[in-house]
Design a protein around this ligand. Structure first.
Ligand code: ADP
Ligand code: MG
Length: 250
């Protein structure tokens, strides 16, 4: 396990981050450093701020206080530097958000060709390689609705990878899936972790957390209440809120 609490070597660093929705104070003084290659699972009750945490890392939500760094560089409020830094961190959502009117392959080619200006032939070759990686080579010319939920989520992962991100954020990637499709998505994520991808994963899949995560964060009411190993959290949570949470989900 790699540990970097130092914001200059961390791939993703948050320091004293506060976010609000109107007057509603959601994230409260978040400090979080992810070292390159680290896999961090985030758990916590509904409404504790897990999605807001993911979204704020890419400035999909504005922050009111604190700072966020990607690869040591301060994430600005807007502009070209934000676009450039955003591309270094990919996101995979619970709802796959694929473009319904594009084929699987076009979905994966979209951002590299539109945002990066990658030539179509090159983007197509990358898409083919990524589809092979997520086990969907035969489905390149299909549209999302012709695929199962698990397959669509694997396309969403391939699409995120097409931008060659240095880190991936997953916000409950298997929560919308039928139970029999959960494992195929977790398998792809496990493989990415083994290959050294830096990952922040919001999930209640305890097996995945135990097997794959280096660290586990327990969030409650907008704060990181525990930052520990999965084993330690699942066997002896340090906080009363952690114990209460586990008694409800296990
Ligand atoms: P989690 O992902 O842990 O369930 P969220 O980050 O989605 O938590 O939400 C944290 C808090 O922020 C909740 O109280 C939620 O109701 C509120 N919230 C989330 N998104 C919005 C929004 N777009 N507008 C207003 N409040 C929001
Ligand atoms: Mg959420």
């Amino acid at each position: 396990m790699t540990e970097a609490r130092d914001e200059t070597t961390a791939l993703i660093s948050m320091r004293g981050v506060d976010t609000y929705y109107g007057d509603h104070h959601v994230l409260k003084q978040i400090d979080l450093q992810l070292a390159p290659g680290e896999v961090v699972v985030v758990v916590g009750p509904s409404g504790s701020g897990k999605s807001t945490l993911c979204r704020s890392i890419n400035r999909l939500e504005p922050i009111r206080a604190g700072e966020i760094r990607i690869g040591g560089e301060l994430l600005p409020e807007e502009g070209r530097a934000l676009t450039r830094l955003r591309a270094r961190v990919g996101m995979v959502f619970q709802q796959f958000n694929l473009f319904a009117h594009q084929t699987v392959e076009e979905n994966i080619m979209f951002a590299p060709t539109r945002v990066r200006g990658v030539p179509r032939a090159e983007a197509r070759a990358t898409a083919e390689r990524l589809l092979e990686r997520v086990g969907l080579t035969a489905h390149a010319k299909k549209h999302p609705h012709q695929l199962s939920g698990g397959q669509q989520q694997r396309v969403a992962i391939a699409r995120a990878l097409a931008m060659q991100p240095e880190a991936l954020l997953f916000d409950e990637p298997t929560s919308a899936l039928d139970p029999e499709m959960v494992q195929e998505v977790l398998d792809v994520m496990t493989e990415l972790a083994r290959e050294g991808m830096t990952m922040l994963v919001v999930t209640h899949e305890m097996g995945f957390a135990r097997k794959v995560a280096d660290r586990l964060l327990f969030m409650d009411d907008g704060r990181i209440v525990e930052d520990t190993t999965p084993e330690s959290f699942f066997t002896r949570p340090a906080s009363a809120r952690g114990r209460e949470f586990l008694s409800r989900v296990l």
